[in-house]
Design a protein around this ligand. Structure first.
Ligand SMILES: [Zn+2]
Length: 433
């Protein structure tokens, strides 16, 4: 993590226009030396949010939120401190100085910056080809067939990698990059004859960016029948780590911070379809089980995380584990009931955006979701089946807060379905927890 000199940070604060930074989030009106408006952090009808353009401080007399311009960017855009400083420095043209960095760290950082340029150029190149090349016609048709509009595809910088063996690598080498850099950035690999060939060929390219929008790698979908694998990712490298990645986090971050929620889906086109339907706080985990790293990124973005995953695929244990991780971080996890075998993109296409929003409203906690699932498949005809279900259900019920209505309702539901006294469900849970 980059650490900037206090002097750099002061210069960023000095250069930033506080009113300009706040304005997209709150309509401000000048009152004497201050600017006031409706608070972006809580719901209100009379303005109690006050900004001082001179000292670059804000304060809400309603909810108590307060801080400086950097803190405002941290909170409203879900960025950590160094990233907020970087965003403002870039916007107001301030050159940042680092606290004395050891030479090795400096070397690593410079290499990383260089590789980021390589991947960034590749993203621009692939995006140009999707719209400009005749070969990409089938890819454009496929995306249009999924109901995705050009403006959304452009916003997410979706691209196309041509079928030839070395289009990208040849262009990269011509532009002065080295073979080692192209390979290290995950874009080239050595072919059977030893030469450098493109890793991605004949595929739709989805750029995978970090929360600030810097492209780290790609997810690529095969375009022709029989092309394997159907989905190919950048391999793990210095920039890209699959277990940390959330597709769309750069676009979802600000709306998630504003709305206090973020929606997790499986695939790229789900994110694009939701975004197009106005639900911008969506990210994809791309077919993997939710990792700790992803969970903490989600928790930084919003306090409530909705899982809109295919129920059969997300796995019971993984979900319970995720719920524990989430509650340890003060994040609420909610499960969206999805019809088996359908994804959010299809749901939006068939039921419309409002029906999907309704599913979000009806989302349940992980224990509730799992209890219903166990009950649905339990063998309630035999004593053995009911005992087995009871053993499975007790720890799930124990995940709910003690003395809560949620627990009470689950206890009663389980007791009535298994035809046992309620304390078989509740007491046992407490004894085991
Ligand atoms: Zn407030």
């Amino acid at each position: 993590m980059a650490l900037y000199t206090q002097e750099s940070i002061e210069r960023v604060k000095e250069a930033a226009d506080m009113v300009e930074v706040v304005s997209p989030r709150a309509e401000l009106r000048r009152v004497g030396a201050r600017h006031v408006g409706l608070c972006p952090f809580h719901d209100e009808r009379t303005p109690s949010f006050s900004v001082n353009a001179e000292s670059k401080l804000y304060h809400c007399f309603g909810c108590g939120e307060a801080g400086d311009v950097i803190h405002f960017v941290e909170t409203t855009e879900a960025l950590d401190f160094p990233a907020a400083v970087e965003v403002l420095a870039e916007r107001y043209g301030v050159e940042l100085r680092r606290e004395n960095e050891d030479p090795e760290a400096e070397q690593r950082r410079r290499r990383r910056e260089r590789l980021l340029v390589v991947v960034e150029r590749a993203a621009a190149y692939y995006a140009r080809l999707l719209w400009g090349s005749a070969e990409a016609r089938q890819a454009r048709e496929y995306l249009a067939g999924r109901g995705l509009e050009e403006h959304v595809l452009r916003e997410f910088r979706v691209g196309y990698a041509p079928e030839a063996w070395e289009t990208l690598t040849a262009a990269a080498l011509r532009s002065g990059l080295t073979a080692e850099e192209v390979t290290a950035a995950g874009l080239g690999q050595h072919g059977r004859r030893g030469g450098l060939i493109d890793r991605f060929r004949g595929r739709i390219m989805f750029p995978l960016a970090d929360p600030r929008g810097r492209v780290l790698g790609f997810g690529a979908r095969a375009m022709s029948e029989g092309q394997r694998p159907k989905y190919l990712n950048t391999s793990e490298n210095e920039l890209y780590h699959k277990g940390r990645q959330l597709f769309g986090i750069d676009r979802a971050r600000a709306p998630a911070a504003r709305g206090g929620r973020i929606v997790v889906v499986e695939g790229y086109t789900d994110v694009l379809a939701l975004h197009q339907a106005g639900l911008r706080e969506a990210v994809a985990i791309m077919g993997t089980a939710l990792t700790q790293d992803q969970m903490s990124e989600l928790g930084r973005a919003a306090s409530t995380v909705f899982l809109a995953l295919d129920a059969d695929r997300s796995g019971e244990e993984a979900m319970v584990r995720a719920a524990r991780q989430a509650s340890g971080r003060g994040v609420e996890l909610r499960v969206v009931r999805m019809p088996p075998g359908t994804d959010p993109a299809e749901l939006i296409a068939t039921e419309g955006a409002e029906a999907f929003a309704g599913r979000l409203d009806a989302a349940v906690s992980v224990p509730e979701f799992q209890v219903h699932r166990v009950l649905a498949s339990a063998d309630v005809e035999t004593a053995r089946g009911r005992d087995r279900a009871l053993a499975e259900l007790r720890p799930l019920v124990a995940l709910t807060p003690e003395r809560s209505v949620t627990r009470d309702e689950l206890v009663r539901l389980v007791a009535s379905r298994l035809d046992v006294p309620p304390d078989y469900v509740g007491t046992g849970a407490r004894a085991r927890a």
